[in-house]
Design a protein around this ligand. Structure first.
Ligand code: CU
Length: 631
């Protein structure tokens, strides 16, 4: 008990090992966590916003955690909430998988997939016909989606591809065994069916980007770059509470969203109550009979932040780094700490503002810097980095870095790039959903769509140079389902409806989308129905603490329609309310030969900037760089 109560707890404090253990004990004592039951999801159950905002230091806090339990022997599952403070089960509901979907895929299931396949005569026969020794095959259990297989309804299914691994250090992604897929029942631990569609040669190219022979002789002209910060860093972090310059915020971490930012404020004024990447989906474009179903929700189906890297100073992160550990639960409900999961540091970011004046001789320059808060998670073949940036001028930016190894096929054609001889990389998208629970200078917010408007030449515009901008308030959820329009410089202003700035204009932050493609799959497709969030660049909803994940709470084998499309059916008023902005952004990836055998980082993201939030440049107070550093 003492370890739980010894510290001053904030409702959003980082999860501790003692709390995970306390939850586990409660679940065991309640008879919910038994021999065959695994913890398929675990995270802090954050209190509703009003409670967190009303919290003062020293107030009592009820620390609750949500644990999804899966009985491996029966396939039954439960969504539970446990109070670690009161040591009690708050609620427990059994899932109805045909309606709710399935708990995420867990490590135990990754571990058993090859054993299941290697016990199946059809799988073994398909390998034998191809001349492949089963012990060299690495299998990956891939989320099944929901397709036209009535016998799969309500059952816990994955679909598995095999890749040939020629030796211990050989990257199997280079050797896809194409034309072959197995559908596996994880509860029965048996193969449902093997689709042995066609014989294609296994590509023989090397994927061993880490082998000096493959790399070739190293470039020897690069001199070291070292970052020195002789007086150390200029931010503080205490149990997730961060202060830097005029910024103040909290950070959190959970296995589903990874890094979360909370109560972001500048100069004491709130901007965003909570920001996270609440879902992502990677739909693939290849309609082949063995891979039409490929689309992975790395957050909702795999809880990808479980696999977050322990970052390394000098390699992953440069400068005066502060690392934060993340405490998660493993399949058995025991605490598991990822050391150095979150990296925080300051980065010089070039010129902030500058002017050399013709008339006054004034010559002023200030340097921009940003606070970087990041983590990196490998999930299967890919690696995703999530970098939140806070800038001295009030800008907030998210940058996602996608790297790692392409998902491969042996059938390059209309839907894949041939990235090495005989090796295909199917076209795909990486679509992310940022959940931005905004609180611009207070709770009463609204979203205005602001874009450029061309003015035809004529009266009032005799020379045709005029253009202006339009501002349209999105007043209801049905109206707030929008696409980006880069040709019209479309942005969305999140305004406070009760406050004006010193100039009489709205106090606002503007969301600048990058404007890439949204979901390209057909509106009649299964993935369109299951990842409807990804069909619009913008959604706005009325705040509801239960509305957290845009494709629903249980995404794995969810039949679709959950999350955003279900919530906005209520068509709530979002004008001057407590609102949540959902922004879809991402990459449409037509792989390049240069993406093989390991992919240079691709970037995507978005930016939030103050617009009328301040009455003038908020970074006039940034001091000039000391003279000894500029000559
Ligand atoms: Cu990609």
């Amino acid at each position: 008990m003492t370890t739980l109560e010894a510290r001053t707890v904030h409702p959003l404090s980082m999860t501790t090992e003692a709390e995970v253990t306390a939850v586990r004990d409660v679940l065991v004592d309640a008879g919910l966590l038994t021999e065959h039951v695994r913890v398929a999801f675990f995270a802090l159950e954050e209190p509703p916003k009003a409670e967190v905002l009303a919290h003062s230091p020293g107030d009592p806090v009820d620390r609750r955690f949500r644990a999804v339990l899966l009985d491996l022997s029966t396939g039954r599952s439960w969504d539970t909430v446990v109070s670690a403070t009161d040591r009690s089960v708050v609620s427990s509901r059994e899932l109805d998988p045909p309606r709710d979907g399935q708990p995420p895929i867990i490590d135990t299931e990754f571990e058993m997939i090859e054993g299941i396949l290697n016990a199946d005569p059809q799988w073994l026969a398909a390998l034998e016909r191809r001349g492949i020794e089963p012990s060299t095959v690495r299998a990956v259990p891939l989320s099944a989606g929901v397709y036209d297989y009535p016998d799969e309804v309500g059952r816990r299914i994955v679909r598995a591809f095999g890749f040939r691994q020629d030796h211990e250090k050989d990257h199997p992604w280079a050797h896809p065994i194409d034309g072959l897929v197995a559908y596996v029942d994880l509860t029965a631990r048996s193969v449902d069916r093997v689709i042995d569609h066609q014989d294609v040669p296994v590509p023989e190219t090397s994927g061993n980007f880490d082998d000096p022979e493959v790399q070739g002789s190293p470039l020897d002209s690069l001199k070291p770059i070292e970052i020195t910060q002789p007086e150390g860093r200029s931010f503080t972090v205490e149990d997730g509470h961060v202060k830097w310059g005029r910024w103040d915020l909290r950070i959190g971490f959970n296995e589903r969203e990874g890094l979360t930012l909370h109560q972001i404020s500048f100069d004491g004024r709130p901007i965003c109550y909570r920001a996270s990447i609440a879902e992502m989906v990677v739909p693939y474009a290849d309609p082949s009979p063995v891979r039409f179903w490929q689309n992975y929700f790395d957050c909702g189906e795999y809880m990808f932040a479980r696999y977050a890297d322990s970052l390394q100073l000098g390699c992953d992160c440069l400068g005066d780094i502060h690392y934060v550990d993340a405490v998660l639960a493993d399949d058995l409900g025991n605490p598991r700490t990822i050391t150095n999961a979150i990296c925080m540091h300051e980065e010089d970011f070039g010129v902030l503002w500058k002017h050399t004046d013709l008339f006054t001789g004034s010559r002023e320059v200030r340097r921009q810097r940003r606070l970087v808060i990041s983590f990196f998670a490998p999930i299967g073949n890919y690696d995703y980095g999530f970098y939140w940036y806070l800038y001295l001028d009030g800008t907030i930016q998210l940058e996602v870095k996608a790297t790692g190894i392409l998902f491969t096929s042996a059938t390059p054609g209309d839907y894949a790039t041939e990235v090495a001889p005989g090796l295909g990389a199917p076209y795909h998208q990486h679509l992310f959903s940022a959940r931005l629970d905004m609180m611009v200078d207070g709770l009463a917010n609204a979203v205005d769509e602001v874009e450029a408007v061309r003015i035809p030449m004529g009266e009032g515009n005799p020379y045709g140079n005029a253009f202006t901008r339009s501002r349209t308030r999105l007043t209801r959820e049905s109206q707030a389902q929008r696409q980006a329009a880069p040709d019209r410089a479309r942005t969305w202003h999140i305004v406070n409806t009760e406050k004006k700035n010193g100039l009489g204009g709205p106090v606002a932050y503007v969301l600048h989308p990058q404007g890439g493609a949204t979901m390209l799959a057909d509106p009649g497709s299964s993935i369109h129905r299951r990842a409807t969030f990804a069909t619009n660049a913008l959604w706005v909803t009325r705040y509801d603490p239960a509305e957290r994940y845009p494709a629903g709470d249980f995404v794995n084998q969810n039949p679709g329609g959950a999350g955003l499309p279900a919530w906005v059916a209520a068509d709530r008023d979002i004008d001057g309310q407590d609102i949540v902005v959902w922004h879809t952004f991402g990459l449409t990836h037509f792989p390049r030969p240069e993406d093989w055998p390991v992919m240079p980082v691709e970037y995507t993201g978005f930016t939030l900037k103050p617009v009328g939030f301040f009455d003038r440049n908020p970074a006039l107070d940034v001091p000039a760089t000391q003279a000894k550093h500029c000559h």
